[in-house]
Design a protein around this ligand. Sequence first.
Ligand SMILES: CC(C)(COP(=O)(O)OP(=O)(O)OC[C@H]1O[C@@H](n2cnc3c(N)ncnc32)[C@H](O)[C@@H]1OP(=O)(O)O)[C@@H](O)C(=O)NCCC(=O)NCCS
Length: 161
Amino acid sequence: MLIRTAKKSDIAIINKLDRESIKYHKKFDKDFHTVSENFWKIKKRSHKKAINNPTNLILVAELNGEVVGYIWGYIKKIMKYKIGKIQELVVTSKQRKKGIGTKLINNMLRFFKGKKCIISEIDVFVGNLPTVEVYEKAGFIKRYHMMQIKLDKQKRFKPFS
Ligand SMILES: CC(C)(COP(=O)(O)OP(=O)(O)OC[C@H]1O[C@@H](n2cnc3c(N)ncnc32)[C@H](O)[C@@H]1OP(=O)(O)O)[C@@H](O)C(=O)NCCC(=O)NCCS
């Protein structure tokens, strides 16, 4: 298995992986994870920008010449501190539980360390317990709960639709 930096020509397969991840996330929040074709266009543009941005890194996992997973991270700053944020992580369902996700995470953490980040963080949906386990096994710990209340009960929250 090969972990390498993503190229522009990988964007189509990355988009396929993202669609797979959204399908999976619908189990946790159907409304939030309703995604329009327009949003996918915007996301593809973001991937293209990330590939060309030195504070971002997209890595793909290749198995027998086929991309089977990817991770996207970027560096943000809080005051003087650099934080490595993991934005996306997906491994195609047939290749899960073989250590590919962990390899992608560890490679991303190496990149963050090289860029002098003091911590790395990731947002995971409360219901996505398998992913919490993957990150905990990679050394992450739960620091806080992000809590929400719906103030407009009539409206659905579908930011990407
Ligand atoms: C999260 C994800 C990328 C993990 O990829 P993966 O390649 O299956 O992860 P790994 O094989 O490296 O698993 C790491 C550890 O977690 C465990 N693990 C993985 N999936 C698990 C599951 N569903 N239930 C319990 N444990 C699990 C593995 O057994 C492994 O433990 P081990 O080191 O003791 O063997 C993958 O499950 C995925 O794409 N999920 C859907 C998208 C998603 O939710 N992404 C995260 C968004 S925050």
